[in-house]
Design a protein around this ligand. Structure first.
Ligand SMILES: Cc1cc2nc3c(=O)[nH]c(=O)nc-3n(C[C@H](O)[C@H](O)[C@H](O)COP(=O)(O)OP(=O)(O)OC[C@H]3O[C@@H](n4cnc5c(N)ncnc54)[C@H](O)[C@@H]3O)c2cc1C
Length: 284
């Protein structure tokens, strides 16, 4: 299907892009276009204008070290995979990007687009929850920081204002070098996550001192598995502790998604299995 008619605008700076969004409430940002264009073709979205931010230099660039990382919102999955410093400090990012879609999706899709879109089956939403990321959102009134725990609030819904652009994503020093892993059950047709679980653990000796677990695919939108996190902190990381924590991974996630491919019950099972696998691979 063809999308509705729309205007196409290509600003060269963030401030110009914000001006275009403010001037036209029916305009929408397009970055990689790999979520928005399919929605437009299915007539689920019909913006009057597309403001293309893909070539804005301010939105590019990745700087990473053991002291944290700052990633331009326009960084593609491919660019995230290819950054050696990011991979050294936050290996779960590249590991996850490698499991996203196909080469075309990875070459065009962006981190900012994935976080702004909050597809319930996206991968990096769960990873950013596990790593404790924050986003910088820039709008007509300037820039503000939104912690990842406060960004996702519903199906395809964030706390961003319509004329705000995610300009960068920051990863804290506290999650650099943590024990990290992402486990995913991919949909056989689309590659999207039927369920996916990202973990980041801080360990002192063999004792878990901090745990963050992000779950995607199964809940309405990516959420933290806080009951499982609580079951780990202060405990020795053994196979038994991990199994007990994984059993709690669906607590607090609300009603789980179900469809012809995977029922809510099956997704609940997957979340527990994937949590156990991710924790085991990260910790043992
Ligand atoms: C065949 C196929 C397979 C896929 N498989 C997977 C998969 O396995 N895992 C996965 O996670 N994803 C998958 N995707 C989705 C893909 O990763 C998308 O590219 C991504 O979710 C959105 O990023 P984008 O840059 O393409 O955003 P766009 O499609 O350009 O935009 C998406 C939404 O975000 C908004 N937006 C974009 N950038 C910003 C910004 N900087 N600030 C504020 N708002 C912004 C747009 O206005 C729009 O509403 C797949 C897509 C396709 C087509």
């Amino acid at each position: 299907m063809y999308p509705e008619q729309f205007e196409y605008q290509r600003p060269s700076s963030v401030s110009e892009a914000i001006g275009l969004l403010t001037a036209n409430p029916d305009a929408k940002i397009i970055a990689g276009g790999h979520s928005l264009l399919p929605a437009m073709k299915m007539r689920l979205a019909a913006p009057a204008a597309l403001v293309d931010i893909a070539r804005i230099p301010e939105l590019k660039g990745i700087s990473a070290s053991g002291d944290g990382a700052t990633i331009g919102a326009g960084a593609t999955y491919r660019e995230l995979m290819d950054d050696a410093a990011l991979a050294a400090a936050y290996p779960v990012v590249a590991e996850t990007c490698d499991k996203v879609g196909d080469p075309a999706v990875r070459s065009r899709g962006t981190l900012g687009g994935s976080l702004a879109h909050v597809d319930p089956a996206a991968d990096l939403t769960a990873v950013m929850l596990a790593l404790g990321a924050s986003v910088t959102a820039t709008g007509p009134n300037g820039a503000r920081t939104i912690g990842i725990d406060d960004l996702f609030v519903g199906l395809l819904t964030t706390t961003l204002e319509p004329d705000e652009i995610i300009t960068s994503i920051s990863l804290p020093a506290s999650s650099a070098g943590t024990k990290q892993a992402y486990e995913k059950h991919s949909h056989p047709a689309s590659g999207y996550a039927v369920a996916g679980v990202a973990v980041a653990l801080q360990v002192d000796g063999t004792t878990c001192t901090s745990a963050r677990i992000g779950v995607t695919g199964a809940p309405e939108y990516a959420m933290r598995a806080t009951a499982a996190e609580d079951a780990l902190v202060g405990k020795e990381l053994t196979a038994e502790t991990i199994a007990a924590a994984a059993e709690k991974a669906t607590e607090g996630l609300g009603e789980l998604n179900g469809d012809v491919y995977a029922s809510a019950e099956y997704r609940a099972h997957l979340v527990k299995v994937l949590t156990r696998r991710a924790l085991t691979r990260a910790a043992l």
